[in-house]
Design a protein around this ligand. Structure first.
Ligand SMILES: [Zn+2]
Length: 364
């Protein structure tokens, strides 16, 4: 009997998803076949869907995915921590994979930036093995992916955003070198910003300031560790900067994190910093994010500025452990606030796109 599975196909930008069935073949050596339990709609899925960034179509979108092992290929016995894997285990895995020799991985310890690195949710569905995205019943995990078993304590809602949003923020907050007693500003309180506030607190920050223009987000960020919030919809840029500097005694913030994707906030972020402060950009993932800054400020103030894209495999482990150990302190379970069937993916994308939900989940 030929096994098949359903998938919601992204035929072209801004057109309805179409449910189709594709054959499910046995897992080959080095592969894992997963029965998807949940996938969530990331902002980058919406950018693809709206045609703002190129993505092969027809394809299956979605890269924030968890599921249970349906079949283990030969040569796969353990996860990245060394825990044995078996059929039925619930797992998460890196949103990217790369199989082979790589200059960046081997020489610079940046496997996430290998030339030719592939990401889930970015392939043509016509090609074998068809299932390489989140909005489907199955997903194949291909060689070169980092796999991690999920602790039973975590709900699907807590676990699904781990392999994109949470792991990315583990990378960002590490790059910002947030430590004990720091004052930290988070520009943008979407999903990344909320995890960013919580991680800054968990890393020992004494003061976390959340900056956004959406009232609901400012409010919810207080539950995720923001001590103070600034509603920039009612403030001019100079006032935003002076308010932060007033709060961060004696001379400005130790670290500022950009996760809003708006280049215009960069000059403000730099002006918020103390001498020797760190500025880390994580949200500007689209090209042409042009902005004018006074580079003399970088020199005189000894400012470190860094961009972060994707995450190292260690951040996936840190992300799971962070959510597990802080789930009573911060309400991570509330981030995934709506669930949809695969057939209702259009509605889910609409709600996610208009931001009337925080994180929309698909339960296929
Ligand atoms: Zn994502």
């Amino acid at each position: 009997m030929i096994r098949t599975g359903k998938a919601a196909i992204y035929e072209a930008p801004n057109t309805p998803f179409i449910i189709k069935e594709y054959p499910v073949r046995p897992a080959r050596a080095g592969e894992v076949l997963v029965r998807i339990s949940m996938s969530t709609i990331c902002r980058s899925d919406i950018h693809s869907y709206e045609g703002k960034r190129p993505n092969p179509c027809p394809g299956i979108l979605g890269h924030e995915i968890i599921g249970t092992i349906a079949e283990l290929g030969e040569d796969i016995e353990k996860d990245m921590r060394g825990d044995p894997l078996k059929v039925g285990d619930r797992i998460t895995w890196s949103e990217y994979f790369y199989d082979g020799d790589c200059y960046y991985g081997e020489i610079h310890d940046m496997p996430q930036k290998c030339h030719g690195v592939r990401k889930y949710g970015h392939d043509l569905v016509a090609d074998d093995p068809h299932f390489l995205g989140g909005f489907a019943e199955y997903c194949y995990i291909l060689p070169g992916t980092w796999i991690l078993k999920l602790p039973d304590e975590l709900s699907d809602e807590e676990a699904t955003p781990i392999n994109c949003g949470v792991a990315t923020m583990a990378s960002v907050t590490e790059a910002a070198e947030i430590g004990m007693g720091d004052t930290v500003v988070v520009q943008g309180l979407g999903l990344l910003g909320l995890y960013g506030c919580a991680m800054a607190k968990a890393r020992g920050a004494r003061l976390v300031i959340g900056v956004d223009s959406v009232a609901d987000r400012l409010e919810i960020s207080k539950k995720f560790g923001a001590d103070d919030v600034l509603d920039i919809s009612r403030m001019d840029p100079a006032h935003v900067v002076s308010s932060v500097r007033e709060l961060c005694k004696p001379d400005g913030a130790d670290a500022v994190i950009e996760v809003c994707g708006v280049p215009e906030v960069i000059p403000q972020g730099l002006q918020m910093l103390r001498i020797g402060g760190r500025y880390v950009l994580g949200g500007l993932v689209s090209p042409n994010a042009n902005v004018t800054i006074d580079a003399n400020m970088l020199v005189k103030k000894w400012i470190t500025m860094r961009g972060i894209h994707n995450y190292h495999p260690r951040h996936l482990i840190q992300a799971v452990d962070f959510v597990l150990t802080n789930r009573k302190r911060f309400p991570f379970k509330d981030i995934v606030d709506s669930k949809f069937a695969l057939e209702d993916l259009d509605l889910a994308f609409k709600k996610a796109s208009e931001r009337s939900v925080l994180r929309a989940a698909i339960v296929p």
